[in-house]
Design a protein around this ligand. Sequence first.
Ligand code: MG
Length: 382
Amino acid sequence: MEKLTVLGSTGSIGKNTLDIVRRVGGFELVGLSCNENINEISKQIEEFKPKFVCVGNIELAEKLRGRFPFLKVFYGEKGLLQLIEDSEADLVVNALVGTVGLLPTYHSLDLGKRLALANKESLVIAGRVLKRLADKSGVEIVPIDSEHSAIYQCLEGKDRSAVSRIILTASGGPFIDRGNFEGITVGEALSHPNWEMGKKITIDSATMMNKGFEVIEARWLFDVTYDKIDIVIHRESIVHSAVEFVDGSIIAQMAAHDMRIPIAYALTKPKRVELPFKISLADLGKLTFEKPDFERFKTLKLAYEALKKEDSNLGLVLNVADEMAVNMFLKGKIQFRDIFLILEEASERLEGRMPSDIFGVVSEIGRVRSGVGELLMRRVGG
Ligand code: MG
């Protein structure tokens, strides 16, 4: 039995991961974590009987200890690190949402654990630092993100020096045909045409910041420079991404848009397991591809600019600014179009050098957070 710890087990990716564990077998779930949803995690504890759990704060930890006297319960960001250490998992699934996922990614790699990564934010913030650490620890980061899982699968067993381009597909989100972004409501932005996901990533899909982050994620996962990564709009979300080789061959991965397929592969690769989510190409009839609009979706431009200036902190800035701006949008405090303005402004004003170690990264996150806070205050106040 392989020992597995799932960080963020009550979110969309977390629940899908547990569903795969249920279907596939061969895993012992030793650790779980959630932020606030202790009713859901209580059900998971009853079903999977982990020895270690981490929740968002001490009050929730006390509640859980009351319910499960034999369970070791940690809390807070430090608790996540203790959970990774004490649960002694062979494989850590990081399905945390946002910046909070960074240190658990770092810690897992530092301890030499296999890491299945759904928290793309880790790589957006500190790709180079994490890549260096993974190389030093001799562990591989296996992507859960559907596009990156596709690329990973397309690259398997191939001559890496024969790769000419990475082709990231994007559904384009709900506003792909919308001329401008005036007056978009939270409800409209939360209705994604294809994928069922958490709120943060659904808004990121609507602004296409998610795709921008995925370009940065691909840069670090597959060690390719930005000029070799393309985005193509593919509304049907069936081709999950592709790789072009020097001879002109393009190898793509296709599947239903169900996150359980890339999750299962990250857990069992190179073995494939039986899953019931099949598609019929004949029923689909046709697949379409279009160029993305970098003018309307400035988020894409910003992401490429961040990669062009590789020694800058711009990935970190975009990640922090986006997290704060999306939060304000979800609370109804700023407009949808303001998210783009905040991201542009933050990139212009808060650019600096990228720190070379994790301590520097953490303090840079703090500096950028307060900078973005000021930009947001001005927008909300004015
Ligand atoms: Mg994705």
